[in-house]
Write a protein that binds this ligand. Structure first.
Ligand code: XUL
Ligand code: CO
Length: 444
């Protein structure tokens, strides 16, 4: 039986124990119906396939406020006007939650874990203190850090950007935060380090030199990489694309934009991408499309698992429950050989109206069950249906003869033209989209 953890005699989630696997027949809202962490599938346990992570920010910091209303949720770890006292209590609650839920990983921003101080030095000390405490908790529980990051978008000093701010003194503050967050990530054995460029974009071209700002962003990332490597960070640096919100236009718009940026600035050896489902849909793409663009480039780093709302045009960060969407995502992940050093981080929050602490458990259980089930379905589709073979079969005309020579680059435009003349009109070949779609439903 796995051990859950709480400090002293203070339990933040009383009445909730380790979340068990009870199978599909169970009516228990606090049990997994599909996620059985030690079940083997294709030589790996579900835990190894899915590498779930809980995020610190939505789960232990966000309290249900929106643009029109104040916090709707109260947390028992907000116990003092001294923010460091709250930070310690929040960390105890977080590790109790992680271990009761049974996830192997968590993720954090500097400011989720430790409050900003009155100076750079005080902020650094706050984070170092909390990271040391987190290290102790990790050692006791076996919890691991999937990634750390710095919140260089929330403070008003970043309103015109962090690394892309037109004012150099703001860039230096972003650097101070990223340095401290890298120090904490390395101390905690973080497997990745994320950059989400919340304010790295512009509101109007009238006041923005986009070329200079992009150069500054690349230079900043280069310096962060060099510092990270100098202190022993061996993991991937990850960029998390998002097209808009908070900026009208963000420089890390979508996967292909980021891949082009990384290659242009020669950063693609150290940086990969962290794909978030709701960011994909905001960019007008599907979640699976963004994952596919990354795997095509060999640059899929990790995943922020959530979903948007089809009727809303903003980042609602809901827990993923759409099985159909999750199956499409898992097909791409499995075709890429799995997540490697990435994971499924629930960058998601319960709704403003979900005010019971239990709701946080229920939400994560739902997300984990969704991906566990999607993994199973996608695995069966890959191994029992002939979907992959038929997809491969669509391209056989490039496997030999002139098609193969074209792929190898040994044909000219004129020789292609001559073949068109000689062979006449091609026979039309069905794309069979409906057949492919029916296979998904057959296995769901
Ligand atoms: C914002 C978002 C962030 C990043 C980390 O939309 O997704 O929480 O994941 O900064
Ligand atoms: Co995210």
């Amino acid at each position: 039986m796995r051990q859950h953890y709480f400090v002293g005699d203070h339990e933040y989630f009383p009445g909730i124990g380790n979340i068990p696997y009870e199978g599909r027949e169970s009516d228990n809202p606090l049990a997994f119906k599909f996620y059985q962490h030690d079940r083997l599938l294709g030589g790996k346990t579900l835990q190894q396939h899915l590498r779930f992570a809980v995020c610190y920010w939505h789960t232990f910091c966000a309290k249900g406020s929106d643009a029109f209303g104040a916090d709707s949720q109260t947390f028992p770890w907000d116990i003092s006007s001294d923010m460091m006292v709250c930070a310690r209590a929040r960390m105890d609650a977080a590790f109790e939650f992680f271990t009761k839920l049974g996830v192997p990983y968590y993720c954090f921003h500097d400011r989720d874990m430790a409050p900003e101080g009155a100076s750079v030095i005080e902020s650094e000390q706050n984070l170092a203190t909390m990271a040391t405490l987190a290290k102790e908790r990790q050692d006791v529980t076996g919890m691991k850090l999937l990634w750390g990051t710095a919140n260089v978008f929330g403070h008003p000093r970043y309103m015109n950007g962090a690394a892309t701010n037109p004012e150099f003194s703001v860039v230096t503050h972003a650097a101070a935060q990223v340095k401290a967050a890298l120090d904490a990530t390395v101390l905690l054995g973080g497997e990745n380090y994320v950059f989400w460029g919340g304010r790295e974009g512009y509101s109007t071209l009238l006041n923005s030199n986009t070329r200079r700002e992009l150069d500054h962003l690349a230079r900043f990332l280069e310096l962060a990489r060099d510092y990270g490597r100098s202190i022993g960070f061996k993991g991937n640096f990850l960029i998390e694309p998002k097209p808009m919100e908070p900026c009208k236009h963000q420089y890390d718009f979508d996967a292909q934009t980021v891949i082009g940026f990384l290659r242009h600035y020669r950063l693609a050896d150290d940086f990969k991408l962290n794909i978030e489902a709701n960011h994909a849909t905001l960019a007008g793409h599907s979640f699976a499309h963004e994952l596919q663009m990354c795997t095509d480039a060999g640059l899929l780093g990790s995943i922020d698992a959530n979903r948007g709302d089809p009727q809303n045009g903003w980042d609602t960060d809901q827990f993923p429950t759409d099985l159909y969407d999750a199956v499409h995502a898992m097909l791409v992940v499995l075709a890429d050989g799995g997540l490697n050093s990435g994971g499924f981080n629930f960058d998601a929050r319960v709704r403003r109206e979900s005010v019971d602490l239990e709701d946080i458990f229920v939400a994560h259980i739902g997300g984990m069950d969704t991906f566990a089930r999607a993994l199973d379905v996608a695995y069966q589709i890959r191994h029992s249906s002939d979907l992959s073979a038929r997809k491969l079969g669509r391209y056989t005309s490039f496997d030999s003869g002139d098609g193969a020579r074209f792929e190898q680059g040994s044909m000219s435009l004129v020789s292609l033209r001559d073949l068109a003349v000689n062979e006449g009109e091609p026979v039309s070949v069905s794309g069979k989209q409906e057949w492919y779609e029916n296979v998904i439903n057959q296995y769901l």
